[in-house]
Design a binder for this molecule. Structure first.
Ligand code: FEO
Ligand code: CA
Ligand code: CA
Length: 659
């Protein structure tokens, strides 16, 4: 069961899903740091700001920032006031326009949204629930690539208590899915997956092009291909798919990435919650499933669709937790689960073309005490012929990160036969390693992080930013320089530097850019710059975006009245010069919502954001349900529930965002 009555779904999932299943004996660097500092210093927390900052990453501290990024303008906008209420807010002089909402038609012929008359058939043609990652693809041949393109949208998960009348939370123990019907479960399955929208900006305003030949809805039963080293492996075979090479649907697709060859990478995150049943401890997959928390019984789908019942179909859960590559320009293309990039709770898959032409994809595994990964292709990206890159993600090396106490770091290859990754430890092939990335990382001694979410490289500076959202389960004796706070309620951001700008290198240096939380409360230990206002600090960094001037923008998940006295939103974050570490609030979500998918058009004149689960509340008995949501944004009509929506932010009168 997912949690208790007095938690929001997101909080309950965190309590349940992110229980910190990493039982490996990897040093949390408590061991490592003990070699440098005694335990009493650690407990005093004094290593906090000054000592670690001064001892970590001398290389990074002396490196001169890239000249182009240094010349990027500081953020110029009037800061939004932090707080929480029913509405959303953007900096003065900007418009934040709703582009499309849950239930609005995507496919030609789809019906208008009727909250009291929902059907799976209607939902399959409409925008599904909880829009997350957004990827913008300029339309080839268009006069203005920043005014006409495709928007790829992840549809992560469903909130039955906000979607459907009269049922409340069904995943909690007391409800036990009593009010869930097959009909409702089918609507939920239809509301998952993704969408492709053709979007156009005319007279300054964005709209979805209806009847577009590119329009697409991907859902929990969309046929997909499994490619790469795990395709066809025995552990990928099911009754419905004896060859182990095709699967229906993608689930819990959180963040993602876009490739230079024009495809959308969509990442399966909390796949474990969709499975139910009980697997015997003696089952060959028991150790694997335990490490990922499968099954977690968040959904009742297994009652009617036996592939989600691990007793009836014990291999199905091995077919989720992958990065899915999709060609957004061909609505008939078969999405491909690229197993070479590993199976874990992928937050995102932001990539960068390395200086030698290989493609490098960074990805965090979003759970407490999990790892940061990167994948380096074997082949170089063919910039002249995009279709030559079609299967480039099937071959390459996956690495897991180790953050050393001295500010250096190592990328350790997850390659069959290297070190302990062999048959003695239950890895008979590369497929075994990819299916059980976490256990492979355990054996290599990867660093247990505070819930790694987005990991994104800045192409102008080659620096890499890692969002670590929080980890309240880290104990004082588990802190390490890369995860320096016990009971880390507000998260932090790590900045990594490649060796010589080489993203394929196995070496890096790192330092903490900022520890999040309220800097006015000493015991929080936040390290925003002193230029940060009372509105400029935030907690729980989750997604991020780098604009085309090389500036970092942070999206958050988990700020609330009780946690930080503020709603989630988008904060600008200075990374260079003497303002480094300054946050500045640009956009604020309506109550209960999380900010996802920040995405700039190539000209930086539009920032698309995805507003997920508006109206959630920590007290679902009274608020945060269909009948009584915490907000009715964006429609504010008594007969309309709140709706997850995509918002286009532009400057009134034109111009780049934040300049
Ligand atoms: Fe789907 Fe880690 O947020
Ligand atoms: Ca996220
Ligand atoms: Ca999150």
């Amino acid at each position: 069961m997912s949690g208790e009555n007095n938690l929001t779904r997101a909080q309950a999932w965190e309590e349940s899903e992110n229980v910190g299943r990493n039982a490996s004996g990897n040093p949390t660097l408590g061991d490592v740091i003990a070699a440098r500092f005694n335990r009493r210093d650690l407990l005093k927390g004094l290593l906090g700001v000054s000592a670690i900052a001064a001892t970590v990453s001398p290389v990074a501290l002396t490196a001169s920032p890239n000249a182009r990024a240094q010349s990027a303008p500081s953020f110029a906008f009037k800061e939004v006031t932090a707080g929480v209420d029913e509405n959303h807010y953007v900096a003065e002089g900007y418009d934040a326009d709703v582009l499309i909402r849950w239930g609005d038609p995507v496919l030609p012929g789809a019906p208008a949204f009727e909250p009291m008359n929902q059907t799976a058939k209607a939902q399959l043609g409409q925008l599904g629930y909880n829009n997350d990652y957004l990827g913008y693809f300029p339309m080839p041949g268009t006069a203005n690539p920043s005014a006409h393109g495709l928007l790829a949208v992840n549809l992560e998960y469903t909130n039955e208590e906000l979607m459907f009348p009269g049922i409340g939370r069904q995943d909690i123990k007391s409800a036990n899915f009593d009010k869930m019907t097959k009909e409702l479960a089918d609507i939920e399955k239809a509301a998952h997956g993704g969408a492709v929208l053709e979007v156009k900006r005319e007279n300054g305003k964005w709209r979805v092009v209806h009847g577009s030949k590119y329009a697409r809805r991907i859902h929990a039963d969309t046929p997909m291909e499994i490619t790469g080293p795990a395709a066809g492996h025995d552990r990928m075979k099911t009754k419905a798919d004896p060859p182990g090479r095709s699967v229906l649907g993608m689930l819990n697709n959180c963040a993602g990435g876009i490739t230079p060859w024009g495809t959308w990478l969509s990442c399966e995150e909390n796949f474990h919650g969709y499975f139910w049943g009980t697997l015997e401890d003696s089952h060959p997959e028991a150790r694997n499933y335990k490490r990922f928390g499968v099954p977690d019984n968040w959904q009742v789908w297994g009652k009617w669709d036996e592939r989600f019942d691990i007793v009836k179909e014990p291999n199905e859960a091995n077919r989720f937790g992958w990065v899915v590559e999709i060609d957004p320009f061909d609505p008939n293309s078969v999405p491909k689960k690229r197993t070479a990039l590993g199976r874990f709770k992928h937050e995102g898959a932001a990539g960068i073309t390395n200086k030698d032409g290989r493609y490098v994809v960074y990805s965090g595994d979003d759970e407490r005490f999990e790892y940061v990964y990167k994948f380096v292709t074997e082949a170089r990206v063919d910039t002249q012929n995009p279709s030559a890159n079609r299967d480039i993600l099937d071959r390459g090396i996956l690495y897991v990160a180790k953050y050393n106490a001295d500010g250096s770091g190592e990328w350790m290859p997850l390659v069959h036969g290297s070190g302990p990754l062999n048959a003695v430890n239950g890895f008979d092939s590369q497929a075994d390693i990819l299916i059980e990335c976490r256990r492979a990382g355990d054996l290599l001694g990867a660093t247990k992080m505070d819930r790694p979410e987005d990991v994104e490289a800045n192409p102008l500076t080659q620096k890499i930013y890692v969002m670590l959202t929080n980890n309240t389960r880290r104990k004082a004796d588990q802190v390490d320089p890369a995860n320096p706070r016990a009971d880390n309620a507000f998260g932090h951001i790590i900045e990594m530097n490649t060796a010589d700008g080489d993203h394929a290198s196995t070496r890096f240096t790192w330092e903490i850019l900022v520890r999040c939380g309220d800097p006015s409360i000493e015991k929080v230990g936040a390290t925003f710059s002193s230029a940060t206002t009372k509105d400029g600090w935030f907690g729980m960094p989750d997604n991020c975006a780098v604009d085309h001037m090389g500036r970092l923008w942070i999206a958050t998940d988990g700020n609330s009245r009780s946690a930080t006295g503020r709603a989630d939103g988008v904060w600008a974050m200075e990374t260079e010069g003497n303002l480094r570490g300054t946050g500045k609030l640009f956009y604020r979500c309506p109550e209960g919502a999380e900010l996802c998918g920040p995405e700039f058009t190539p000209d930086d004149e539009t920032l698309f954001v995805a507003i997920q689960h508006p109206g959630e509340s920590p007290d679902p008995k009274d608020r945060g349900i269909f009948e009584k949501p915490a907000t009715r944004w964006p429609d504010f009509k008594a007969d309309m529930p709140p709706r997850p929506s995509i918002v286009a932010i532009t400057k009134r009168g034109g111009g780049k965002i934040g300049v």
